[in-house]
Write a protein that binds this ligand. Structure first.
Ligand code: FMN
Length: 184
């Protein structure tokens, strides 16, 4: 099982990176082959809404940047895993750039039937429309793309860093195992 994990926080040792790493650990323990991609620092231009990718016979996105390699990796993956902090009630800019550029993919070839999961960290305790709305949007995206949403793990980091949040870390490891578990 090939897992492609996107880390969407600019902080390489921050809460999102820590929680996502725990999911990756669980997946590797369960036998997955995981490729990790840190989005911050990648050259990913914003979608320009040119719609060239939707023209008859189009061969994907016309923008040449680091998405070239990422598109290849997405095609090869069985599981797409996303980790993002909540910024302004939504995903980070790094994650939004990636998701917008997914527009150029042939969803049936690239996404349909894959498993997907989301890791969120956020500052304000629940109820909090940031993580709640983002989870709802992610579940909708999975439905739209015919992907199976295996789960969403979140942690509020204002008073307890993710690394010290045993409940969230355990849930993250369990999610990693669930990503690769056989289902009947
Ligand atoms: C630009 C910015 C916007 C943020 N917006 C929100 C928000 O809307 N809701 C929230 O609960 N936390 C918000 N936060 C807090 C972060 O989501 C939280 O600190 C998160 O754990 C940071 O992840 P990191 O440690 O991986 O950087 C924001 C933080 C920043 C820097």
């Amino acid at each position: 099982m090939r897992v492609l994990a996107f880390q969407g926080s600019p902080r390489s040792s921050g809460n999102t990176a820590v929680l996502l790493a725990e999911v990756v650990k669980g997946a590797r323990e369960a036998g997955a082959d995981v490729k990790e991609v840190t989005l911050h620092g990648k050259k990913i231009a914003p979608c320009t809404s040119c719609y060239a990718c939707k023209a008859p016979g189009a061969a994907g996105c016309v923008i040449r940047d680091d998405m070239d390699g990422i598109y290849d990796d997405v095609m090869k993956a069985d599981v797409l895993l996303f980790g993002t902090p909540i910024y302004w009630w939504s995903v980070s800019a790094q994650m939004k750039l990636l998701w917008d550029r997914f527009f150029a993919l042939d969803y049936d070839r690239a996404m349909k039937g894959k498993r997907a999961a989301l890791v969120l960290t956020y500052g304000s305790e629940l109820p909090n429309l940031g993580p709640e709305g983002t989870e709802a949007a992610f579940r909708d995206i999975c439905l739209y793309l015919s992907m199976e949403c295996v789960g969403v793990v979140g942690a509020c980091t204002e008073s307890v860093p993710a690394a010290e949040n045993a409940g969230a870390m355990n849930a993250a490891r369990d999610l990693g195992r669930a990503l690769v578990a056989n289902r009947s």
